[in-house]
Write a protein that binds this ligand. Structure first.
Ligand code: PMV
Length: 326
């Protein structure tokens, strides 16, 4: 059957509970550390890819805008898939997010996961998710995890590669993630440049790498054992260590706003009063609070009351990237 040449896919962002920050190979875009994440269902990227005979270069529009840097990263992923398909057509790529782009809400993760899923279908390749994840991580390291639903795990391998796959299905431990938006503005320094600067200048970078393996293995154990309190401790530690590396980068990477810190304090107060909840923050000012479903109303109310919080999104754990109509 000939390849349809057009397909649409949907993917959800994911947030890491054990973080990755830093690369060991910039060209192959290999992360310096593994990571463990949850895929969210409340936000999504929808991407349509149409390969056109005679089109010399890819045309990429993200939320209606063209951007040269994004287009280069998209083309790098498409080139790998085109090679697999033995096809040279350029592609028209239209992608939209139903949440703020580039603001620490993992839009690049859902974006590249949707891209490779749509392109794979359009080219009629039918590659397994594990292989598509290897292509998605060329565009964005964290995108590999959005191919999978629920809890996903990315581990560095002794042969120098990475293995990425599912750790636990969403229904096996249906945690909720309550997100406090404190700014919808795109960040000043993107993850890729920020990581390179941290590796080159932060005195904490080596310590971050050295101590990361133990955090990842503990995170895996606590997810498998559904141990909320133990997972909370390792996730907050991993997050704060990553931000310590960011803060000690020169020039410093200060992604937090006053409201970011106020959210952490509000969650601490809530926890001391007996509500099980923990936080994580990515390269941006938003706070993600992870809790059991019964705690959602209290967590929502506490975050919504913080001055500077403009919106609160409550999310369940979502599926991996999938093909959609359109
Ligand atoms: O996907 P990237 O390469 O832009 O990196 C994302 C890094 C963090 O979101 C800050 C942490 C993580 O593990 O997702």
């Amino acid at each position: 059957m000939p390849a349809p040449l057009t397909a649409t896919a949907i993917a959800h962002p994911n947030i890491a509970l054990v973080k990755y920050w830093g690369k060991r190979d910039d060209v192959a875009n290999l992360p310096a550390t593994g990571s463990l994440s949850v895929t969210l269902d409340a936000m999504r990227t929808r991407t349509r890819v149409c390969f056109e005979p005679g089109l010399g270069a890819d045309r990429v529009r993200l939320d209606g805008q063209e951007d040269a840097a994004t287009s280069r990263r998209v083309s790098a992923c498409l080139d790998l898939l085109r090679r697999r398909a033995g096809l040279a057509h350029g592609a028209v790529v239209e992608s939209d997010n139903d949440f703020p782009t580039g603001a620490g809400l993992a839009s690049s993760a859902s974006g590249f996961a949707a891209l490779v899923t749509a392109a794979d279908a359009a080219l009629g390749l039918g590659l397994p998710r594990e292989e598509l994840a290897q292509v998605a991580r060329i565009g964005s390291g964290s995108a590999a995890r959005s191919l999978f639903g629920g809890f996903a795990l990315l581990r560095n391998q002794p042969d120098g590669g990475v293995a990425v796959g599912p750790l636990l299905a969403p229904e096996a431990w249906p945690l909720r993630v309550v997100i406090a938006i404190t700014s919808a503005l795109p960040k000043d320094v993107g993850s890729r440049d920020g990581m390179a600067a941290s590796r080159a200048t932060s005195p904490y970078y080596e310590a971050w790498l050295r101590s990361h393996g133990a955090d990842l293995e503990a995170g895996v154990r606590h997810v498998q054992g559904r141990d909320f309190a133990a997972l909370a401790a390792v996730a907050e530690h991993s997050c704060l260590k990553m931000h310590a590396v960011m803060l000690t980068t020169q020039p410093p990477l200060l992604y937090w706003l006053p409201a970011t810190l106020a959210c952490l304090q509000a969650l601490q107060v809530l926890r001391r009063a007996g509500t099980p909840v923990f936080f994580t923050i990515d390269a941006g000012p938003q706070v993600k609070a992870i809790c059991e479903p019964a705690a959602v109303p209290a967590v929502r109310a506490a975050l919504a009351a913080v001055p500077g919080v403009t919106r609160v999104i409550d999310s369940g754990l979502g599926p991996g990237a999938y093909r959609a109509n359109g």
